[in-house]
Design a protein. Structure first.
Length: 67
């Protein structure tokens, strides 16, 4: 799975991090265009493609695609 996070629109709400039951995402040190701390893909191998992170994002900033 490939997880893409839109740096332009992410506001660092961390809803995606909480929605992921596999611990794939974590808030990192990189900032979005708006200055918010963004999530990053900590453990891509753990992703099962459930797309809960994508569904939980209120700003539609996350995309999960199969490779």
């Amino acid at each position: 799975m490939t997880i893409t996070i839109d740096r332009q629109w992410c506001k660092g709400c961390a809803l995606c991090v909480r929605a992921c039951k596999k611990g794939v995402l974590e808030i990192g040190h990189e900032r979005s265009a708006g200055g918010y701390l963004m999530p990053y893909v900590k453990d891509p191998a753990a992703c099962i493609g459930c797309k809960m992170c994508q569904r939980s994002c209120p700003d539609v900033c996350i995309s999960v695609t199969s490779e």
